[in-house]
Every structure is written in C-alpha cells, then in structure tokens.
Design a protein around this ligand. Sequence first.
Ligand code: 5GP
Length: 193
Amino acid sequence: MSSKTNPGKLIVFSAPSGSGKTTIVRHLLAQKELNLEFSISATSRVKRENEINTKDYYFLSTDDFKQHIKADRFLEWEEVYRDNFYGTLKTELERIWALGKHVIFDIDVSGGLRIKRKFPDETLAVFVKPPSIDELKIRLKKRQTETEDKINMRVAKASAELATSPLFDCIIENNILDTAQKKAYDIVSQFIN
Ligand code: 5GP
C-alpha cells in the first residue's frame, strides 16, 4: 500500500434519489489519481435494463438478502423502499482494501450515517442536495426508470432525507453539475491526502 495516497478511507455520498449523486460518484471514479473503488451494494430490487449484475449491484432475491442479514454479513443494510432492500456486504470492504484503494459509497442517508458512526475518523460523509423537491421530481421523471407510483414514493421520502443533511461532514448543492463535480473533487482529494 502506498503511503502517498493513504489507502483505507471511506467516502460516502448520500442524497435523496434523483439528486445526481451517482453522476458525481462516477465522475470521481474516473479520476484515477484519487485511487477510489466503488462499493458495490447488494439489493433485492429488480434490475434495470441498463444495469449489470456484480458491476452496478449484486442483485439478490429477497430471501437471499434476508439470509445475509441473518448471517450478519452486512456492514449496513436498509429497506430503503418497501420490499426493496439495499446493503453493503462486509466482504465488499475487504475486497477494496485488499486492492489498496479508498472506498466510495453511493448509498441512502441512513446507511451513510451508519458508516460514519462505525468509522468516524476514516469516513468523509457528503450529502448531495438537489435544488428543490420539484426539481427532484422532474429529474426522476426524465430518468424514466421508475413508475409514477415509485417516483412519488421517492419524492415523499426526500423531505425526510433533506432534514438529515446537517449531520453530514459537508453538503454539496447540485444546481450546476460541473460546479458540484469540482467541489466534490476538491473535498475528496483534500480528505484523502
Ligand atoms: P436505486 O434503486 O435508485 O439504485 O437506489 C435507491 C437508493 O438506495 C439510493 O439512494 C441508493 O443510494 C441507495 N442505496 C444503494 N445501495 C445502498 C446500500 O448498500 N445501502 C443503503 N443503505 N442504501 C443504498
């Protein structure tokens, strides 16, 4: 492991669904000098057409997911939406640490704060804030990955998620993507160096 890049940090990006955190996380992953590796979560939700199993998520049946919960194999897990379980397997951290890289998470606010509580010194917890709830709804509709019902469920949850933002180490407002990406880069590179 190189001491220059100081591997072993945990970078958490959390936000209401549709805030653009995934785009920001992908941008950071493309900056090779940051030495980041994506934490692939497990989920019981249905795979979207453009997603790849073991790259975007480990897609599991609800039964398999519950088995992993029982066996205490998760670092954290949440039923983010009804019957849709998401969680970080402990083996995922071992995989990434063995590569000598920093871990970057794209997870919901409860999971993000749980990781911060478990590893307070090693974790940078970033909250990505959408310009407004209305804008969030517009973005989710444009994405065309969810039904109207599911969009409404995600928007309803967003207000509660926004209220947790002061608990994070920093907040990035995602009004202009380019500006948000630059700010994310600066914060992360400062934290890991
Ligand atoms: P999506 O269904 O849009 O991929 O994700 C829904 C929400 O679940 C997003 O906020 C996403 O960040 C969150 N999520 C993804 N993986 C995990 C995880 O491992 N743990 C938790 N707590 N949330 C996750």
